[in-house]
Ligand binder design. Structure first.
Ligand code: MG
Length: 169
């Protein structure tokens, strides 16, 4: 018997550099450094995308949004997340919940977490209470602790998609 749930995990890391915006969970955060990447380098959203793809054993985001592809240059990662959610829905699944953690030495992310949860939830077509976002430092240890980059981990639980207006499955 195939259980009526699927779970996936995702991880991403991007390098911190000058003269780039810092975008996490679709929210631009004031900081002296930003994340380097082909898209907007939203490391949190990328980890969540990989968790969703992983839950259906669909591979990783590099396969669907190759870093060298000019189509994705400067891409808004929330749009890419919406695309992944649409693929999940096409296959008959929907998000039960997502949990995530961003590891950044600076800046303090706590004030931005409610907005990140709202934006991620909107892209995933769920409510903010289905999207957990946590933030921690790396206690100054290693590359993340030395502010060379920001990393994120996410898990996603999927359940069979329901038709929300009639209750029919
Ligand atoms: Mg990435």
């Amino acid at each position: 018997m195939i259980p009526p749930f699927r779970i996936g995990n995702g991880y991403d890391i991007h390098r911190l550099v000058p003269d780039r915006p810092l975008i996490l969970g679709g929210v631009q955060i004031p900081h002296s450094l930003g994340l380097l990447g082909h898209s907007d380098a939203d490391v949190l959203t990328h980890a969540i995308m990989d968790a969703l793809l992983g839950a259906l054993s669909l591979g990783d985001i590099g396969h669907y949004f190759p870093p060298g592809d000019p189509q994705w240059a400067g891409a808004d990662s929330l749009r890419l997340l919406q695309q992944v959610r649409a693929w999940v829905a096409e296959r008959g699944w929907q998000v039960a919940n997502v949990d995530s953690v961003v590891i950044a030495e600076r800046p303090k992310l706590k004030p931005y977490i409610p907005q990140m949860r709202q934006r991620l939830a909107a892209a995933l077509a769920v409510t903010a209470d289905q999207v957990g976002v946590k933030a921690t430092t790396n206690e100054r240890l290693g590359p993340v602790g030395q502010e060379e980059g920001i990393a994120a981990y996410a898990v996603a639980l999927l359940m069979p998609r329901t038709v929300d207006d009639s209750g029919k499955v």
